[in-house]
Structures are given as structure tokens and as C-alpha cells.
Design a binder for this molecule. Structure first.
Ligand code: SF4
Length: 65
């Protein structure tokens, strides 16, 4: 299973991740990403990978485990 981490210090709140995978990412009232889930279901892996790839500031990471 893949696990997501988000570095809010790098986030600039554009919401591209939320657009790609709204079940996993949201932009909060402070304008920064929050994770709605840490572990990625296999059926959502492509959408989450797209979200991570879409982040312009490399704030999102995926790790196995
Ligand atoms: S795409 Fe990156 S910079 Fe934009 S809201 Fe998501 S984590 Fe933040």
C-alpha cells in the first residue's frame, strides 16, 4: 500500500492535488493542503499519483508501506 505525506511548509494552496484526487486532498481555511487519508487504496493509486505529480512545489510525496 502507498502512503502519502504532505509538507505544508512547501504548499502554496493552488488546489491542483484536490482537483486530481478530491477524496485524498483538500485545501483548508489557511489555504494549505490537508490530507483526508494517508493510505491509498489500490483503486485510487493512479489518481493520487496524478495529484502528487501535479503539485508544482513538490509538497507531496508517496512512499510504499
Ligand atoms: S498541489 Fe501542492 S501546492 Fe497545490 S494545494 Fe496541493 S500540495 Fe499545495
Amino acid at each position: 500500500m502507498m502512503r502519502i505525506t504532505a509538507d505544508r511548509d512547501k504548499c502554496i494552496g493552488l488546489g491542483l492535488c484536490e482537483a486530481e484526487a478530491p477524496g485524498y486532498f483538500a485545501v483548508d481555511d489557511d489555504g494549505l493542503v490537508v490530507l483526508l487519508a494517508d493510505d491509498v487504496d489500490a483503486g485510487h493509486a493512479d489518481a493520487v499519483r496524478a495529484a502528487v505529480a501535479a503539485c508544482p512545489t513538490l509538497a507531496l510525496r508517496l512512499a510504499d508501506g
